[in-house]
Design a binder for this molecule. Structure first.
Ligand code: SF4
Ligand code: SF4
Length: 588
């Protein structure tokens, strides 16, 4: 007998489970149309790969995974794509999201399915197949399963915990799954075990599901698996991953840490089942089990195609006339769906027909009396009344200091509050405000980054333009130099015409450098200056008399003649000057 541990807090609300476990799982008929949201898991939003008018087969890819943490989406039946457009989502916000709307053709015709023996595949191929099949956590978190199936390199995997606790009131889909399809669940757990290689596999089931526990034990024995099926005390929220890990292993997963840091990984039983169908039958996730209960005549579990409008599904269970809304999920963590036409998605485990008889309106909220009951009930050891004060005062920084993001919105605090304060609603409000501010901050930072990038780009373009102009000017100068050199060469006294290449070579030679060590632009400039100097020199030479010796002799002769004439004059006139300047000096 394995010893179990307790988690802190918890409550015992009425379970309302027996209502929907009396009938076996039924297959819901094809709806009039299927509205399949593309974003059905945590992570990147799949890209649509179909458009209006396309014919699709059941299981055909309609949304391609975007990145590693993302999961593909498939057509739930064969038919025609009517549109890829925004539609209402099953979300408290009531916001629309991108969906592929399919009109069924009634044939429910599958694509060619490719079953494989996963033992013949490499681990990364198994993970890839799970991603392509759109397998995500069906316990509510919808985290892509393949992303949780890589063993840590630093922490040894000690326990693989399989969650069959299903602690929330009204919900029985996991119970019925284990009762009716235990063997496939156990085979799916076998895939997880082979990929993660844990030392132990523990299957936790609340002790209010004896039939499910018996069926799972029988399947484990039949398949000769060393898995332990453990019945845990019925106490809400024993089905929370951290709480079940605590109960089964005694390990407390601290805030801001993951269970894998402590050598534990956790999956829901329905996730194991879909993983097995995906690998061994080649069937992507196009349907899931949904409990339909509450204010209806025939509460039961249905196998429902993803994308089925909730209102159509609810009609199958024959709601009473006083039904005034639909709750998705259980009464503790679920929410009233703003639009009954919203579709069933991978996260939809239960629809509860809401009426005032089952869920009487709460008496008005009273002031907090600081009784501390909420803190005692909180399974995450938070201080809900403090969080409440800070959320109410819109002091969101303080709510973060008091670890609001550790709150799993289990509703235990609201359940026990004598002042009927809807504490969870305050926490949801605070979280959404913090996320909105975070988004705004990220958007502002994004805008700043885009502005800086634009500035950088403008500067780079300016520099490139200036460089281009300089190159053109250098080419022009080199061309002119070449023309001048050619003209001088034609006259016979100029240096040979040069090209930029020869200029570069000559500059390099003068500087005693290899020719490629000299900047061609600089070389062109130097060649231009050189050519100009050559031209000036040539002009000076052309301006000077060619035969200076002859000139000097002629001048000498002239001086001698003048001197002779002067001597002759002096002989006739003794007052005449004694000497005269040469003819060249007179000219000045
Ligand atoms: S249970 Fe309600 S009244 Fe009591 S401390 Fe918490 S919030 Fe206040
Ligand atoms: S809703 Fe949050 S604060 Fe309230 S009991 Fe649950 S975890 Fe604690």
């Amino acid at each position: 007998m394995m010893s179990l541990f307790k988690f802190k807090g918890g409550v015992k609300p009425p379970t309302h489970k027996s209502e929907s476990t009396g009938l076996p799982i039924a297959r819901a008929p094809l709806p009039s149309r299927l509205i399949v949201p593309l974003h059905q898991s945590i992570g990147g939003m799949p890209r649509p790969v179909v458009q209006a008018g396309d014919k699709v087969l059941k299981g055909q890819l309609i949304g391609e995974a975007d990145g590693w943490i993302s999961a593909a989406v498939h057509a739930p039946t064969s038919g025609t794509v009517l549109e890829v457009a925004m539609h209402a989502q099953p979300h408290p916000s009531g916001l629309d999201a991108l969906c592929v709307v399919i009109e069924p053709d009634g044939k429910d015709e599958w694509i060619t399915r490719e079953p494989v023996d996963y033992k013949s595949l490499k681990p990364e191929e198994v993970r890839e197949r799970l991603q392509q099949a759109g397998v995500v956590g069906l316990g509510g978190a919808v985290f892509p399963t393949h992303g949780k199936l890589t063993a840590s390199k630093t922490v040894a995997m000690e326990e693989l915990v399989i969650n069959g606790a299903e602690c929330e009131p009204f919900i029985t889909c996991d119970d019925l799954l284990m009762r009716e399809r235990a063997e496939e669940v156990v085979r799916g757990i076998g895939i997880f075990r082979d990929l993660l290689q844990p030392q132990k596999v523990l299957i936790g089931i609340e002790d209010n599901k004896p039939e499910a526990a018996a069926a799972m034990r029988a399947a484990v024995d039949a398949l000769n698996e060393p898995f332990l099926v453990v019945q845990v005390p019925t106490l809400y929220p024993a089905g929370g991953a951290k709480q079940l890990i605590r109960v089964l292993t005694g390990k407390e997963v601290p805030a801001a840490k993951r269970s894998t840091d402590l050598g534990v990984q956790c999956f829901n039983v329905a996730t194991a089942y879909t993983a097995w169908r995906a690998i061994a039958h080649g069937e992507p996730v196009v349907s899931r089990l949904v409990t339909v209960s509450g204010d209806v005549r025939t509460p039961r579990n249905y196998e429902v195609l993803i994308g089925t409008p909730m209102e159509e599904l609810l009609k199958l269970a024959q709601p009473h006339p006083d039904t005034d809304g639909i709750i998705m999920g259980g009464p503790m963590m679920g929410f009233l769906v703003p639009d009954p036409q919203a579709p069933v998605v991978k996260a939809t485990n239960c629809l509860i027909a809401h009426c005032e008889r089952l869920f009487p309106p709460k008496a008005p909220e009273m002031p907090c009396i600081r009784c501390g009951a909420c803190a005692q009930a909180c399974p995450h050891e938070l201080q809900p009344f403090e969080l409440y004060w800070f959320a109410r005062a819109r002091n969101f920084g303080k709510t973060q200091e008091y670890n609001i993001f550790d709150c799993i919105e289990c509703g235990c605090c609201s359940f026990v509050c004598p002042s009927r304060i809807p504490l969870v609603q305050y926490f949801r409000f605070a979280k959404s405000e913090i996320w909105a501010r975070e988004r705004e901050k990220n958007a502002a930072e994004g805008a700043k980054a885009r502005f800086e990038f634009k500035q950088l780009r403008d500067e780079r373009e300016k520099a490139e333009k200036a460089e281009k102009l300089a190159r053109a000017a250098a080419a022009q100068a080199a061309k002119k130099a070449a023309e001048a050199a050619a003209a001088a060469a034609a006259e016979g006294s100029a240096p040979e015409a040069t090209t930029p290449a020869t200029e570069t070579a000559s500059v390099a030679a003068e500087a005693n450098l290899p020719s490629d060590a000299v900047d061609p632009e600089k070389a062109a400039k130097m060649a231009t200056i050189q050519a100009a100097m050559e031209r000036a020199k040539a002009q000076r030479e052309a301006a000077q008399p060619k035969n200076t010796e002859a000139l000097k002799a002629a001048q000498q002769r002239e001086i001698e003649e003048i001197e002779a004439r002067r001597q002759a004059a002096r002989l006739t006139d003794p007052a005449a000057p004694a000497a005269v300047a040469p003819a060249s000096e007179k000219a000045e």
